[in-house]
Write a protein that binds this ligand. Structure first.
Ligand code: PEP
Ligand code: MG
Length: 547
């Protein structure tokens, strides 16, 4: 037996046999040609084929993992038509009289090196995308559009050096039990896709692993610990088979909790809501019986496009979410742009410390016209359900005063235009800066609810960049400072008769559920797939017993 350890991507166990992933990459040779025009025609044909294939992949991804995860294939389609990329292809063919495959291969290397050298992590990630689309075009040039057959066998665990997003989405879930890669990071698109596809996965197990693994090896992936086993011994197989059975049992049991209350053994009831990024997540919210939506990250409506969404576009999305939730609470967070959530058209410019820069409410208050458009859409949608509007990254009372002035103007304007909105629309602040927690006694009288964004509260309190993997070990989520700030905020919320929820990742940490209930948290908002797990935890807590 050989054991390797990497980063756990999706918590589940897969037991099966290895299928080594063969990338569909043809070998590229430099060939001099007499007719560069004919090469350009071949190239155009291959690009067209690539776009058609990507459209199919996009549609598959849309069905399986939703729009926020499928968008990457839209980017790939756009990259194929990128002017600079195409200029380079044509230049190389014309100036060197070479074959199209070679032009694509050289352009891919040049562009990947250029993107890879950029500081911005978003642009850096584009290097892999250029490689991915270029491999596709080359493959179409060499193989004439025949996609490589991926897996013929069933119950396999795919092992690869790395997987591109387009390769990941093509994994056939009826045959593939899980996957392991030697390289790749936890925050890559491949990792995000794996989580959304519910595929047990471990990434970054290292190069040595590749030398050891062979097609057909008996293999286990422990997606909980990040450990993988080649030719596991009987003790390991037994232990992990048992764990796998227990997890399946738990999953079935959790399904039985649908329709039940989130109530402790001694009778304290809380709300368990779900976090969403767009309308495509509503199905999962309803399927998992969430009591409402505690965080709709509205910025996903703004990303990966070339201009701001119009009032009408936004109104239709917000209305759809509110109507689908049929009177249940829906908390929509206003645009949290900036830091890692960028679009060219935001024109934020380079910042030394983007997480401390023009982000979230600062961005909106600096561009009141954009903020107003969103607020108009939100208030108009409020007539169709039970809306709460929440403001991110608040640090002062003055910011709230400014926000409320804009809200007042928006409502006045809507009234004068005869447009309907609900006077009962609640407003709340996200507690995600230490400043907001410390002055929560001053903020509480001004709003209807608090929602703690523990991801940022942790980043800002512990001075740990949440995007930087090298400081991950200093970013202790259970740090006393965070728990004290939450407790203090909860006390101030209740003194002022308002509700407090947690919508950051810590809300889904079942080792803290009891503590959160004791602190007096009224609502936990988590990924839809976590709702029933938290309900189970809550129903087993007895607050009358001393800690
Ligand atoms: C948070 O900061 O905890 C939060 C919920 O917001 P986001 O993760 O979108 O920044
Ligand atoms: Mg946040």
């Amino acid at each position: 037996m050989k054991k390797y350890t990497g980063n756990s991507i999706y918590n589940a166990i897969a037991i099966g046999k290895v299928s080594l992933f063969k990338h569909c990459r043809g070998k590229v040779k430099r060939i001099r040609v007499d007719d560069p025009e004919a090469e350009k025609i071949r190239l155009e044909k291959a690009k067209e084929q690539s776009i058609n294939q990507l459209r199919e992949i996009y549609n598959k991804a849309l069905k399986e993992v939703g729009e926020p995860n499928a968008w990457i294939f839209e980017i790939h389609m756009m990259l194929i038509n990128d002017t600079d990329y195409n200029e380079s292809l044509v230049n190389i063919i014309d100036s060197q009289s070479v074959n199209a495959e070679y032009a694509v291969s050289v352009t891919a290397d040049n562009f990947a090196a250029m993107f890879g050298a950029m500081e911005d992590s978003y642009m850096k990630a584009r290097a892999a995308d250029v490689k991915d689309i270029s491999d596709r075009i080359i493959n179409n040039l060499i193989l004439g559009g025949n996609e490589c057959a991926l897996f013929k066998e069933e119950n396999v665990i795919v092992c690869a050096d790395d997987l591109a997003p387009s390769e990941t989405i093509l994994l056939d879930k009826s045959k593939v039990l899980g996957f392991v890669t030697a390289y790749g990071s936890v925050n890559s698109h491949t990792a995000i896709l794996a989580r959304n596809m519910n595929i047990p996965a471990v990434m970054g197990v290292g190069e040595e692993f590749l030398k050891e693994i062979k097609d057909g090896d008996r293999f286990i992936v422990d997606g909980f610990s990040g450990e993988v086993y080649i030719d596991p011994d009987s003790e390991t197989t037994e232990r992990l088979t048992q764990k796998q059975n227990e997890e399946e049992e738990k999953r079935r049991f959790h399904q039985n909790l649908k329709g039940k209350e989130n109530i402790t053994l001694d009778g304290k009831e809380i709300d368990i809501f779900a976090n969403i990024e767009g309308t495509e997540n509503i199905g999962a919210v309803l399927l998992n019986d969430a009591g409402g939506i505690g965080l709709f990250r509205s910025e996903f409506l703004y990303l990966d496009r070339h201009d701001y969404p119009t009032e009408e576009e936004q109104f239709n999305v917000y209305k759809k979410v509110l109507e689908s939730m049929a009177g249940k609470k829906v908390i929509i967070r206003t645009l949290d742009a900036g830091a890692d959530k960028q679009a060219d058209y935001f024109h934020i410019g380079r910042e030394e410390n983007p997480a401390l820069g023009c982000r979230a409410i600062r961005f909106c208050l600096s561009r009141p016209d954009i903020f107003k458009t969103q607020l108009r859409a939100l208030y108009r949608a409020s007539a169709y359900g039970n809306l709460g509007i929440m403001f991110p990254m608040i640090t002062s009372v003055e910011e709230l005063t400014e926000i409320f002035d804009i809200c007042k103007d928006v409502k006045k304007e809507l009234k004068s235009q005869g447009k309907e909105y609900s006077e009962d629309t609640e407003v709340g602040v996200m507690i995600e800066t230490p400043a907001a927690a410390i002055i929560s006694d001053l903020l509480a009288p001004l709003v209807d609810f608090f929602s703690v964004g523990t991801n940022d509260l942790t980043q800002y309190t512990l001075a740990c960049d949440r995007q930087n993997p090298t400081v991950e070990r200093f970013c202790a989520p259970h740090h006393k400072a965070i728990l004290r700030l939450i407790a203090m905020t909860a006390e101030n919320a209740h003194k002022n008769g308002i509700r407090i929820g947690i919508c950051g990742e810590l809300g889904a940490d079942i080792s803290l559920t009891e503590e959160f209930l004791r602190i007096g948290i009224d609502e936990l908002s988590v990924a839809p797939g976590m709702v029933l797990k938290i309900r189970d935890r809550v129903r087993n807590i007895d607050l009358s017993k001393s800690e």
